[in-house]
Ligand binder design. Structure first.
Ligand code: CP
Length: 321
């Protein structure tokens, strides 16, 4: 069996446009499995997947777990607080001990940038990065792209502005790499203190005022202020941030076109986004969550190396129903 993505999914920076498109195309028919009364296909029967989460997560961990279970994999969840990591065991020792119990894949979230690659280079199992520090969150980038592609039909020429705390955001990096490879125009907007100093190297446009971003964009991907990663006073206050950069209904009402509103979650309502917008007609925030399960099913499946068979099975299953 060929493995079209290679052994691991560590980020989108080093994937080709063809590989990203393959993941999105594979995810598309897999969405239907989650609509069934019995949400299960046998594709990964016999595979054992460990979800190794060293950082808090609601959406990503549960979404991976649903994806694994809906494809009939056996899953084990390991959280830092309940593992021997708190006794001083290293990341690699933890993973090697899991491998000694004969596992096939590891999904890892870690606070350190590069942790997923570090692990992937040291174990045989497939490694999927579920978010490493401020580096990348590839499945979030992919589900964002799937959501946009389903709404717009194509990403080519679409204008996506990432608004907020880009400096600390792995979601921003995965979005920038993925969207630009698939032909979208990407911009960022936020206080200069929350943009990387080398932002120009990413090949994106920069807006200093959120009103300019709203005038330009077809979609806004609104980011949370990652206060837990901030080591200095990056903004005067949350109230001031909302006043200057918050996505409010009043601001959207002045947009020259309908704008899709995205947010990777978790949201801080009343800070980066107002509830009227998060729950309003432009919001695709819960579509992103739904698409996340299909994207993760696609990634698990493609890393398992049998893409044509599942795509055919998923196509047949969709046609038969
Ligand atoms: N989008 C995202 O990564 O959310 P969680 O931190 O809840 O997994």
């Amino acid at each position: 069996m060929s493995a079209p993505l290679g052994k691991d999914l560590l980020g989108l920076e080093h994937l080709s446009a063809e590989q990203i498109t393959l993941i999105l195309d594979t995810a598309e028919p897999l969405r239907e499995i989650s609509e069934r009364a019995i949400k299960k296909v046998p594709t990964l029967r016999g595979a054992t997947v460990v979800n190794l989460f060293f950082e808090a997560s609601t959406r990503t961990r549960i979404s991976f777990e649903f994806a694994e279970k809906r494809m009939s994999a056996d899953t084990v969840n390991v959280a830092t607080s309940a593992s021997s990591v708190i006794k001083g065991e290293t990341l690699v020792d933890t993973a090697k001990n899991l491998e000694a119990m004969k596992i096939d894949m590891v999904v890892i979230r870690h606070a350190s940038s590069g942790a997923a690659r570090f692990l992937a280079e040291r174990i045989e199992s497939n490694v999927i990065n579920a978010g490493d520090g401020t580096h990348e969150h590839p499945t979030q980038g992919l589900l964002d792209m799937l959501t946009l592609r389903r709404r717009f039909g194509t990403l080519v020429g679409k204008r996506v502005c990432i608004v907020g705390d880009v400096l600390h955001s792995r979601v921003a990096r995965s979005n920038i790499w993925g969207l630009t490879k698939l032909g979208a125009e990407v911009a960022v907007c936020g206080p200069r203190s929350l943009l990387p100093t080398a932002i120009a190297d990413f090949g994106v446009q920069v807006f200093d005022r959120v009103e300019q971003a709203i005038e330009w964009a077809d979609a806004l991907n609104v980011l949370r202020l990652q206060l837990e990663r901030m080591t200095a006073g990056y903004i005067p206050s949350l109230r001031e941030y909302n006043r200057v950069f918050g996505i409010t209904r009043e601001r959207l009402d002045r947009a020259p076109r309908d704008i899709l509103i995205m947010h990777p979650g978790p949201m801080n309502r009343g800070v980066e986004i107002d509830s009227e917008v998060a729950d309003g007609p432009h919001s695709v925030i819960l579509d992103q969550v739904t698409n996340g399960v299909a994207v993760r099913m696609a990634v698990l499946y493609l890393l398992a190396g049998n893409a044509p068979a599942l795509a055919e099975a998923a196509r047949k299953a969709t046609a038969d129903d």
